[in-house]
Write a protein that binds this ligand. Structure first.
Ligand code: FAD
Length: 429
């Protein structure tokens, strides 16, 4: 019989199972890794403890009533609705076993993988300062931002009916840490108190309220140029923020803070924006860790000895020749997530992976209305209104979801025209 006449078997050829990629974390790094793998010949499972992607650079605006919590969060399932090869799973990863290629979730489910992308971000570190954990408000998650907003608004409600606790710090807010979050929070709080709360509580003398920013080093915005640091300092002081430099915290209590030089500041609200360390899951991985718990990775972002495991974003230490790790920034995480996805696809194609090269997009921080500092690649530095407009544009572009962008834009326009920080609602938390 000629080969052309040979009967054709009706059975389909056995399908080779597609490689399974588990991505843990739908933050900047994990989301971008999964997006880069959507449509590729792999089956992706994206796991997160929350059902949304959170845009943390605007978290302080939720805490200061400028935006609502769901303005800066986008449901992950909606992002991947059109992508057949991406499955979304809600759950907390509790175990990672890189020898057995398995990840365990809190509800008992086990996910087996051929490739793992670990992108679980960072968590708050108290630097061992007594009382931070018990008495200070962290600002790393949406529930924490809402909790802080509730607390501040409730303090003003209490002060309105009973002024006796004001000298004891009822209306004093201490912000610990003069990095971008502390500076942005201080500027926004002074505007919230000086405009909206002054009108809302017209029988209360809101000038009795204090916003105190304490920073351990002798400058704000470490990592920015001296000129930007000075701009932030003078703008905040002009807004009435008390900025204390070279003032490390010694302890936090329910009644306030004590600085290292023994100064006591009575405050019922202490916000901790100072320290982060790697997510505790990092400690489950073998290999070298930095002092802040981050996992030292290979140049292609894989875990040493495990070319099938990639560690990206805040949880990774991408160490350069000068022994300095890349900063914990959204852009580092976004680019790292995409790079890890590219490495997986190269690996599957039998091609060597490439070293990760971070493209620096610059740094920026807003100090309040019409005031920001932006330091862009090529040495371009913007300040004041120009810096502020650049800050607004960049944050709108990187916010995920058209609805979120539109709502945030409308909110900002409303706030600009009316001075109204409209989300002054106390939610039951
Ligand atoms: C208040 C604040 C302001 C910031 N402002 C800026 C800024 O202006 N510019 C800038 O560049 N960077 C800023 N950053 C830093 C930036 O947000 C981070 O560098 C970036 O989010 C890191 O991305 P990531 O994917 O590593 O982590 P994340 O974006 O934090 O994502 C981690 C994800 O992992 C999930 N997860 C954690 N543990 C588990 C677990 N056990 N199981 C399942 N899921 C888990 C989390 O729910 C989260 O979705 C800011 C951060 C904060 C907190």
């Amino acid at each position: 019989m000629s080969p052309a006449l040979r009967p054709v078997s009706s059975a389909a050829p056995p399908q080779r199972p597609r490689p399974r990629v588990v991505v843990v974390g739908s933050g900047f790094a994990g989301l971008n890794a999964a997006l880069a793998l959507a449509g590729a010949p792999v089956d992706v499972t994206l796991v997160d403890r929350d059902n949304y992607h959170g845009f943390w650079p605007l978290l302080y605006q939720v805490a200061t009533a400028g935006l609502g919590p769901d303005d800066i969060a986008h449901p992950v399932r909606a992002i991947f609705a059109g992508h057949q090869n991406v499955t979304v799973r809600l759950g907390i990863v509790t175990q990672v076993d890189v020898e057995q290629h398995r990840v365990e979730l809190d509800h008992g489910e086990v996910l087996l993988y051929d490739y793992l992308v670990l992108a679980v971000g960072s968590s708050t570190s108290d630097f061992g300062i007594p009382g931070v954990r018990e008495h200070a408000f962290p600002l790393k998650t949406l529930p924490e931002a809402v909790h802080l907003r509730n607390h501040i608004l409730t303090a003003f409600e209490h002060a309105d009916s009973d002024r006796s606790a004001i000298p004891e710090g009822l209306l004093t807010i201490v912000l610990a840490g003069g990095g971008p979050t502390g500076v942005e929070m201080a500027g926004a709080l002074s505007e919230l108190i000086g405009t909206n709360l002054a009108l809302d509580f017209r029988h209360l003398d809101v000038t009795a309220a204090r916003v105190v920013l304490v920073e351990a080093t002798d400058r704000l915005l470490g990592g920015f140029s001296e000129r930007s640091q000075q701009e932030a300092l003078s703008t905040l002081r002009n807004k009435g923020v008390e900025v204390l430099l070279g003032a490390p915290l010694a302890k936090v209590t329910a009644d306030g803070v004590t600085l290292a030089d023994g100064t006591d500041i009575a405050a019922r609200t202490v916000v901790w924006t100072a320290g982060v360390r790697a997510n505790p899951l990092a400690s489950l991985l073998p290999g070298e860790k930095r002092r802040n718990g981050t996992v030292v990775v290979e140049p292609d972002l894989s875990l040493p000895g495990h070319p099938e495991v990639f560690v990206v974003g805040d949880v990774a230490a991408v160490v350069g020749g000068d022994d300095r790790a890349l900063p914990q920034l959204a852009q580092v995480a976004i680019q790292g997530g995409r790079h890890a996805a590219g490495s997986i696809l190269r690996h599957l194609a039998g091609r060597p992976t490439r070293a990760f090269r971070y493209r620096d997009h610059g740094i920026m921080a807003t100090i309040g209305r019409q005031s920001a500092v932006a330091e862009l690649p090529g040495g371009l530095k913007l300040r004041g209104t120009l810096g502020w407009l650049a800050w607004l544009a960049v944050h709108l572009v990187f916010l995920v979801g058209f609805r979120n962008r539109l709502v945030v834009l409308v909110n900002w326009a409303w706030n600009y025209v009316t001075w109204d920080r409209a989300s002054r609602v106390i939610l039951d938390d």
